[in-house]
Design a protein around this ligand. Structure first.
Ligand code: FAD
Length: 395
């Protein structure tokens, strides 16, 4: 029997779920709050088991065709000299793409057999005897067998089915702003990181040689900013980076014109359960770990496991959701652990903390300890193994 599944969110997890659910015979609708696919985002990387998954989805070649092919990244001291070098394989894994490219590749792969509805969102979920009656902000109510909340860290489905975000959120104590800027620095497949106490900038060359991806990380009380609109985001960035050295003033001048400015507080999501009746969470909506938590690969792996377990349980969603959760709990914990340590690397709070980071990484990136860095890089990616489930529909 074909099952109807509503997936909320057309980021990375949502279209991945559409792909795997279709392969197991489901009919999938994806509802996305944005009016179109969201193009933004910096680079996301795959390594180890996650690379096998790209092959299994038939997108490995296309992902490779768009890879950033980034080289080593240099971390600079206050004078702009190299403090240490982070090898490409640590930051960029085995294959790295821009998040926006990945989202488009996944959408292209699934659009022929998936109903995509843009510019709408779930407002209510009521479980019936054999399905879920869903109401939407704009569209007419509909009934589905199952609902997957793959709508990111600020998930709307999670809010409706589990309660407000504050109950599940753990702040990491810093904020992130990402945008595209002109490549004044002439970077070519390389990246630079510059830190002052409590504020950093990460600049990496893009697929377009004329532009760079800029990531700004800065400490601050997460509740202090609320959910600022675009104008307030610009003001906040100008306030936080006032008086910064190095190339920051020039980078800041690109903010007003940036069409892809992304601004958010960095935090993690931790829930005791990822499902409630016929509603299940996936990706950042369920276990967002923050930077370094292998969130993209794990979201995609989670989609494959969720759909596979549903097929293996013959449609018994309770059994499937419990097995899905059992397989992914440990990798999510590893991701949380990695993500929790991200502030120390990305945005050290004091001059002393910057010095300690630089010394520590100089040792870790040296020839003797290089293996430790590899271990850290692969720890989250390989925490769950790729395992095939039997398909019902040929891909
Ligand atoms: C614009 C953008 C830029 C990002 N940049 C980076 C980055 O630079 N580096 C990085 O590591 N990670 C970034 N991320 C997060 C990264 O994509 C995720 O950590 C990871 O890929 C897991 O994906 P996800 O599908 O669970 O969540 P996401 O990729 O966040 O996708 C969630 C999707 O759900 C949509 N959505 C949100 N609320 C609702 C709702 N109520 N109803 C319907 N749809 C909704 C969003 O518009 C989005 O398309 C970014 C996410 C976005 C949306």
């Amino acid at each position: 029997m074909t099952r109807t599944v509503l997936v909320s969110g057309a980021g990375v997890a949502g279209p991945s779920a559409a792909y795997w659910l279709h392969r197991h015979g489901c009919s999938v609708t994806v509802v996305e709050a944005a009016a179109a696919l969201r193009p933004g985002g910096q680079a996301v990387d795959f390594r180890g088991e996650q690379v096998k998954l790209l092959g299994a989805m038939g997108i490995a070649d296309e992902v490779r065709a768009h890879e950033t092919a980034m080289g080593d990244q240099l971390v600079l001291d206050r004078a702009g000299r190299t403090a240490f070098t982070v090898p490409a394989r640590f930051i960029s894994g085995e294959v790295e793409v821009l998040r926006g490219d990945l989202a488009r590749i996944l959408h292209d792969r699934t659009r022929d057999y998936t109903e995509y509805v843009f510019g709408d969102r779930v407002t209510g979920l009521a479980e019936t005897a054999d399905g879920v009656r869903v109401t939407f902000r704009h569209g007419a109510p509909r009934e589905f067998d199952l609902v997957v909340g793959a709508d990111g860290v600020h998930s709307g489905v999670r809010a409706v089915a589990f309660g407000p975000e504050t109950a599940f959120r753990r702040e990491l104590g810093y904020h992130f702003a990402g945008f595209t800027a002109p490549n004044h620095l002439g970077l070519d497949h390389s990246g630079l990181v510059y830190s002052e106490p409590g504020r950093s900038a990460m600049v990496a060359s893009n697929r377009e040689p004329g532009t760079v991806s800029v990531g700004l990380f800065f400490r601050g009380d997460p509740r202090g900013y609320g959910r600022p609109d675009r104008r307030r985001q610009q003001e906040l960035l100008a306030e936080v980076y006032a008086g910064s050295g190095w190339e920051i003033p020039r980078l800041m001048r690109a903010v007003p014109d940036a069409v892809d400015l992304y601004f958010d507080t960095v935090g993690q999501i931790r829930l005791d359960r990822w499902s409630s009746g016929r509603v299940v969470l996936l990706g950042d909506a369920a276990w967002c770990a923050g930077p370094g938590g292998s969130g993209t690969g794990l979201a995609m792996m989670g989609a494959q496991i969720l759909a596979g377990e549903l097929a293996a349980a013959g449609g018994d969603h309770e059994t499937a959701f419990a097995r899905y959760e059992r397989r992914l709990r440990k990798p999510a914990r590893v991701g949380h652990k990695n993500g929790a340590g991200s502030a120390g690397f990305l945005v050290p709070a004091t001059p002393r903390a910057i010095g300690n980071r630089n010394r520590g990484y100089r040792m870790m990136t040296g020839p003797v300890s290089g293996k430790l860095l590899d271990h850290l890089g692969y720890r989250a990616a390989n925490a769950v193994r790729y395992r095939e489930y039997r398909d019902r529909v040929a891909s």
